[in-house]
Write a protein that binds this ligand. Structure first.
Ligand code: NAP
Length: 484
């Protein structure tokens, strides 16, 4: 089951045991292009029977895959990296069509996504155990890491390629078979990644892809199947909580990458050019639709006015348009609900006294466009500081002391990432240590790196993706007490 999208034959079925097929009941759902609000493709709507077939397929392939040599798994992942880079333009265009982001952002995503295949190709052959003499001297303590087993991977729409490879790479490297349930807004990219893995030599059944609008029901069924041992989820905290409750029924191991509400702290000694450039990256990568997006910009009083003015000029200069148009830097948002939410947040902030320095009004016409917006003098109680904006709006808040910045930055249920800008390294490190988040960008607006442990504290999640830690999320540590 395929359709021509961006000029290429794109899989549109469920991928089970190496075969792309229609849903068991023939049902489909539509994928929309956010730049035009028109239907882009029709995709199989996976059923509960398809979900069961995915688990059967992952189980049939599990022993064989776990028994392959690390070198063989590494070679296949490296080939997948090469294929993704070779086809980066094609995959990027597919991302633009179903997600909306600008082509430059999409190309950045494909390269970032491919890095997880390369990094875990390198890590697959470096899974070290441990051995030591027991403190009593009576025996040896040996620890090995074995594949955890069949893993359910659920991904969001905002990074349709990278969130898939960030899970598939380590799972395959560890020797696990997987079922990937992509977001219904962006299933085409996930299916294209599945096809690349098959071409790279991943055996049938090792990677299954289950597009489905029945996300709750299929996840529920798969997580209650006793053959399934792992859930790795990236998405909203609300859905994450629900999945944790479901996973509790069978005490399934969970890695959860959830929502964020990143503070971006600019101290009064910061290099303003660098801080504005960092804020542009942290706020506007992916048009603001990122869990790592700077959501609250705290600027120390002496430089606040100047910083906000410079940020507004940089935001105003961005070109908004359909993601594939030459020169576009900011594409449309994912759907109409996203626009409505942003309009509400901006209205609440301005009602509490915020000044709009640029943007602030939805564009007319078709497609889900919202202009880059900067709000100054944002009141501390504004809704926009308490929720993920997930769009191109930057609220600027003034603070006086470092302690106040830390306290405000930490006053959230989220703890994914924080950013700090200063020219005083010891001050920057002191603030970084005090920030309650899993990651900190110190004089950097981007933290994502396949080689680094990505993840949050508090209600931003559990576990880490990327780095060596990311592979261990798909391994069970086994301790053998040895007497020789
Ligand atoms: P979402 O609504 O939570 O959906 C994420 C995934 O969960 C989709 O595949 C969705 O499928 C599925 N889903 C929805 N309801 C479900 C249920 N009851 N049971 C099982 N699965 C269910 O999130 P989103 O809107 O796609 O993504 C935006 C969110 O992701 C933001 O909160 C963002 O911060 C977070 N995010 C976090 C990270 C991170 O690394 N921490 C990275 C990227 C994004 P359907 O599409 O079919 O509903």
């Amino acid at each position: 089951m395929t359709q021509i999208v961006v000029g290429i034959d794109t899989p549109t079925g469920v991928l089970i045991n190496g075969e792309v097929r229609a849903a068991s009941d023939g049902g489909t759902f539509e994928v929309t292009d956010p730049a035009t609000a028109q239907v882009l493709a029709t995709v199989a709507n996976g059923t509960l029977d398809d979900a069961a077939a995915c688990v059967d397929s992952a189980e049939a392939a599990a022993d064989g895959w776990a028994a392959t040599s690390p070198r063989e798994r590494s070679g296949i992942l490296m080939k997948a990296f090469d294929l993704m880079i070779e086809r980066e333009q094609q995959i990027a265009e597919l991302i633009v069509r179903e997600n909306g982001k600008a082509l430059s952002d999409a190309l950045g995503e494909v390269r970032y996504a491919a890095e997880f295949f390369r990094w875990y190709a390198e890590e697959a052959v470096r899974v070290r155990g441990e051995i030591q003499t027991a403190p009593s001297g009576a025996n040896r303590i040996m620890v090995i890491h074995q594949p955890i087993g069949i893993s359910l991977l659920i991904t969001p729409w905002n990074f349709p390629a990278a969130m898939a490879t960030r899970k598939i790479g380590p799972a395959l490297a560890a020797g696990c078979t997987v079922i990937l349930k992509p977001a219904s807004e962006t299933p085409l990219t996930a299916l294209a990644v599945g096809a690349i893995l098959a071409e790279a030599g991943v055996p049938d059944g090792v990677v299954n892809v289950l597009p489905s609008r029945r996300s709750g029901a299929v996840a529920d069924q798969i997580l209650h199947d006793p053959r399934v041992r792992k859930l790795s989820f990236t998405g909203s905290t609300e859905v994450g909580r629900r999945l944790l409750r479901t996973a509790a029924d069978r005490v399934i191991s969970c890695s959860m990458e959830l929502g964020g509400n990143a503070p971006f702290v600019v101290l009064d000694d910061a290099d303003l050019d660098k801080a504005v450039a960092g804020a542009m990256l942290a706020k506007m990568r992916n048009g603001g639709e990122a869990c790592t997006a700077a959501n609250r910009i705290y600027v120390q009083r002496p430089i606040a006015e100047e910083f906000a003015a410079r940020l507004a000029r940089a935001m105003e200069a961005l070109t908004v348009g359909p993601g594939l148009d030459v020169g576009t830097e900011v594409g449309p948002l994912i759907n109409d609900d996203a626009i409505t939410k942003i309009e509400e947040l901006v209205a609440d902030a301005t009602a509490r006294g915020a000044r709009i320095l640029t943007g602030g009004e939805k564009a007319q016409g078709s497609g889900y466009f919202y202009p880059p917006t900067v709000l100054a003098d944002v009141d501390g109680d504004s809704q926009i500081l308490g929720e993920e904006i997930f769009g191109p709006v930057a609220p600027v808040v003034v603070f006086d002391t470092d302690e106040e910045a830390i306290e405000r930055a930490n006053a959230t249920e989220y703890g994914l990432v924080s950013y700090v800008f200063t020219t005083d390294l010891s001050r920057g490190l002191r603030v970084s240590e005090a920030l309650d988040s899993g990651m900190v960008g110190l004089n950097r607006g981007v933290v994502s790196d396949a080689a680094a442990p990505f993840g949050g504290t508090k209600q931003s999640g559990l576990g880490r993706e990327g780095g060596h830690e990311g592979l261990l999320e798909y391994a069970e540590s086994k301790y053998v007490a040895v007497d020789w």
